[in-house]
Design a protein around this ligand. Structure first.
Ligand code: IPE
Ligand code: IPE
Ligand code: MG
Length: 244
């Protein structure tokens, strides 16, 4: 195990970590396996990462599981990914609930299979009162669409006289996003060496520290997470101010 620098021991962990879990397909390809094998191993990495975040004391974890653009993939791969989601929501929920995890799904429900919507609703209501880690899974999620929907809903509240134009500030806007009530991510990690956001948390990531690692998602471990948190602690978060 790699040594963790003393800074990490002394400093509180980031409150909210968001992860673009990328590289499952390349992980499988490198082993001559079908892409679904990469997604299965990716689901294992989700389990360990949830455990790691709990043990480190992270309060919010947001995982990008399926983007609104991922429907473009071959139908068989979409089916495999939806099957893994079904499996996760039905088989893991009791364990997650027992360990105090509050699960929420962000993204558009519309477009998902009815049984998946039901599983999401059940998981959210079952775990809604938990106060441990809040795990947000982004499914059929796209940041631009989320912002557009917030604009539509704000516009209709203004039209109905429920909200005045002057009341539309950053807080009111954030209240209309899927992530309402959850603080913005402090740390946003993308695996697999790609350096883009791919429509993830476009509003919320305004001041997130971005860390890109070459590791493919199925190989992402707690040690690597600790190294990324070390990197986070070495950053000077100025928020537009001068450094103190
Ligand atoms: C991430 O791995 C999982 C999803 C996007 C659902 P990919 O499937 O994108 O893997 P690569 O990028 O092809 O290696
Ligand atoms: C982003 O990965 C979406 C998820 C991790 C769910 P993609 O693999 O879909 O992103 P692009 O296509 O490389 O931008
Ligand atoms: Mg990818």
């Amino acid at each position: 195990m790699e040594a963790v620098s003393p800074t990490f021991e002394d400093l509180p962990p980031p409150v909210h970590v968001a992860i673009i879990m990328d590289g499952n397909g390349r992980w499988a390809k490198a082993r001559g396996l079908p892409r679904v094998a990469g997604h299965q191993r990716g689901a294992e990495a989700v389990r360990t990462t949830v455990e790691s975040c709990k043990s480190i004391g992270i309060k919010y974890l947001t995982l990008y599981a399926f983007s609104s653009e991922n429907w473009k993939r071959p139908a068989t791969e979409v089916d495999d990914l939806m099957g893994l989601l079904r499996h996760y929501l039905s088989r893991e929920i009791n364990q997650l609930n027992k360990s105090g995890v509050r699960l929420r799904c962000i993204g558009e429900r519309q477009g998902l299979a009815p049984d998946i919507i039901r599983l999401i609703d059940e998981a959210e209501s079952k775990t809604g009162g938990n106060t441990g880690l809040t795990l947000q899974i982004a499914v059929n999620y796209g940041g631009q669409n989320e912002i557009l929907n917030a604009c539509r809903s704000i516009a209709s509240e203004v039209a109905d006289g429920k909200l005045s134009i002057d009341e539309i500030d950053d807080e009111a806007f954030a209240d209309h996003l899927h992530t309402a009530g959850v603080p913005d991510p402090d740390l946003l990690i993308r695996t697999s060496g790609e350096k883009r956001l791919s429509n993830f948390l476009l509003w919320q990531a305004a001041y997130a520290e971005l860390v890109f690692v070459d590791t493919l998602w199925p190989d992402f471990t707690k040690d690597e997470l600790l190294r990324v948190i070390d990197e986070f602690h070495s950053r000077d978060r100025r928020y537009g101010n001068t450094s103190g």
